[in-house]
Write a protein that binds this ligand. Structure first.
Ligand SMILES: [Zn+2]
Length: 77
């Protein structure tokens, strides 16, 4: 199982992963939208709707849980 690693301003630790704002999958990306505003999204919607191609301050973050860092929960991003 793939395990994420924390990266300041890019991959951050949270208590739970919200649902994607555009479908029923988990939405671990918190990102700036191309048309303005921010959203939570799955990888597919993050890649198709994001304003910036990389993570970072003002662009987007990938949220992960402690269980994912420990390898005890699925991580698909
Ligand atoms: Zn989605």
């Amino acid at each position: 199982m793939t395990k994420p690693a924390l990266i300041p301003h890019e991959v951050i630790l949270v208590d739970r992963i919200p649902q994607c704002d555009f479908c029923s999958r988990p939405g671990p990306y918190d990102f700036a939208l191309r048309g303005g505003g921010w959203a939570h999204g799955c990888m597919e919607h993050y890649q198709s709707l994001r304003a910036a191609s990389t993570l970072g301050t003002g662009k987007g973050q990938l949220w992960v849980t402690q269980a994912q860092l420990d390898g005890n929960a699925p991580f698909e991003a």
